[in-house]
Design a protein around this ligand. Structure first.
Ligand SMILES: *Cc1c(COP(=O)(O)O)cnc(C)c1O
Length: 448
């Protein structure tokens, strides 16, 4: 990197614009990148990072951006949280890898103990640690199939579960995630989700669940289904909060039919939605939870946590991986878990919702392109349409995100049609900084 990192002096939490965005050094790196990095890997904002701290990112040109994306809900405890970097440095000095499948270590065990404590339900739990969200989802499916002896997997419309072969099959959206990458894994069946903005007027969560169950029973047969995999709030699919009763109705059907309920809490987990896990908002206790993203303060780690009898149904050696539960990632997860609990980051997420939601709702009255304001905690979104219709307006979302970036505020988009602006600030973001970022976003929405 061109900038020397000085951990002793954390970045000041304020927005600084020194050049146009991207600046000349980022542009120059973009040229090198084009000649070395695969074109299939794209970046939302081609601004090259020198340092990051808390809720700001400093680029190689000295601009400091306010981060409303957290690297996709990863740095919820703040970028480079001092407790996390200290834990990682200490662990790196002790040992960086042995492979838990060869010679185990306490940190892996301690992470599994922590996950058993914080995930929903007081039943006996076990965990397996992996490297990513996709790997967590894949392992949840493996466990459910082995435990039930059944082949089929049910997933929701608008779902996102990852980019591996099985999780591509489970993901709904073709472009950019699936187009040209088939054939996909078999025995994956898609049922309708609850999407209050786009469902028939007045459809309740229970009705939406019965619609999904009807498709599953007619087209698959409940006795063939190993797992029903749900995101409690659709993530890449557009931050869609299902109508109340949707998840609980699906959960009781699954329990009744011996189907393993898997909550993909990869994006919603770890305090993001104002509860430690988003399933808690509906009082639903899943059988298995897939975890990653916010689990380890920015280090790569994933996990499946759930009922002991399900995880322990798998034969010895059936789960694992060379890097799964890497010691550095485990040290970071232990430090992060402590921050989530000690600093009540779920409460911080609720405070972010309380500060942001009224402003977005007020904005909706002035900007007819905003069809919907939704989300929970610090997982909030605006869905943009052509005014007076429900026709998705992806170009508008992109223009708003670009206008924010030009002003030094990093905002991500999502949604099946790419027309949703999503806000995922680090949960430690200061009130003034959040306020400033929102003002930039409001201006962009009013003018674009
Ligand atoms: C990001 C995400 C995944 C995939 O996680 P990776 O770590 O990118 O493999 C799976 N499920 C959900 C809900 C996600 O948001």
């Amino acid at each position: 990197m061109t900038t020397v990192s000085t951990p002793a002096s954390p970045l000041e939490q304020r927005r600084v614009l020194r050049t146009t965005i991207p600046g000349p050094r980022s542009v120059a790196l973009g040229v090198r990148r084009a000649a070395a990095v695969a074109a299939g890997v794209s970046s939302t904002l081609p601004v090259y990072v020198a340092r990051a701290s808390g809720a700001v990112i400093e680029d190689v040109d000295g601009n400091v951006l306010i981060d409303l994306g957290s690297g996709i809900a990863v740095t919820s405890v703040g970028a480079s949280a001092p407790e996390v970097t200290a834990a990682v440095a200490a662990q790196a000095a002790d040992f960086t890898h042995t492979c838990f499948m060869i010679s185990p270590y306490e940190e892996y065990v301690a992470v599994c103990e922590g996950l058993a404590r914080v995930t929903p339900g007081s039943h006996d739990k076990r965990s397996v640690l992996v490297n990513s969200g996709a790997e967590a989802v894949e392992n949840a499916v493996k466990i459910a199939r082995r435990a039930t002896g059944r082949p089929a997997v049910l997933v929701l419309d608008h779902a996102y579960h990852g980019r591996t072969n099985l999780t591509m099959a489970m993901t709904a959206r073709a472009m950019p995630y699936k187009t040209g990458f088939g054939p996909f894994a078999g025995e994956v069946y898609r049922v309708p989700a609850s999407y209050p903005l786009r469902d028939p007027e007045g459809m309740t969560g229970e009705q939406a669940a019965l619609r999904a169950i009807d498709v599953a029973e007619r087209q698959v047969g409940a006795d063939q289904v190993a797992a029903l995999v749900v995101e409690p709030i659709l993530g890449e699919g557009g931050f869609v909060v299902p109508a109340p009763g949707f998840l609980s109705t699906l959960a009781s059907w699954a329990a009744d039919k011996g189907i393993v309920l898997v909550a993909d809490e990869v994006q919603t987990g770890f305090a993001r939605t104002g509860a430690m896990f988003a399933m808690e908002h509906e009082g639903v206790v899943p059988d298995l939870v897939a975890l990653a993203k916010g689990i380890a303060g920015g280090l790569p780690l994933g996990a499946v946590t759930g009922r002991a009898e399900l995880l322990d149904a798998v034969h010895a050696g059936g789960l694992g991986g060379t890097f799964g539960g890497n010691p550095l990632a485990c040290a970071a997860a232990l430090a992060s878990l402590e921050i989530y609990e000690r600093d009540d980051l779920a409460g911080a997420a609720r405070a972010i919702e309380a500060a942001v939601l009224p402003r977005l709702t007020a904005l909706q009255r002035d900007v007819p392109a905003i069809a919907d304001v939704r989300g929970r905690g610090a997982m909030l979104a605006l869905e943009l349409v052509r005014p007076g219709t429900l026709e998705p307006d992806k170009a508008a979302a992109q223009r708003v995100a670009a206008a924010c970036a030009a002003q030094g505020v990093l905002v991500l988009t999502c949604g099946t049609w790419g027309n949703v602006l999503r806000l995922l600030p680090p949960l430690v973001i200061g009130h003034d900084l959040l306020d400033e970022a929102l003002t930039v976003l409001e201006d962009a929405l009013r003018t674009v």
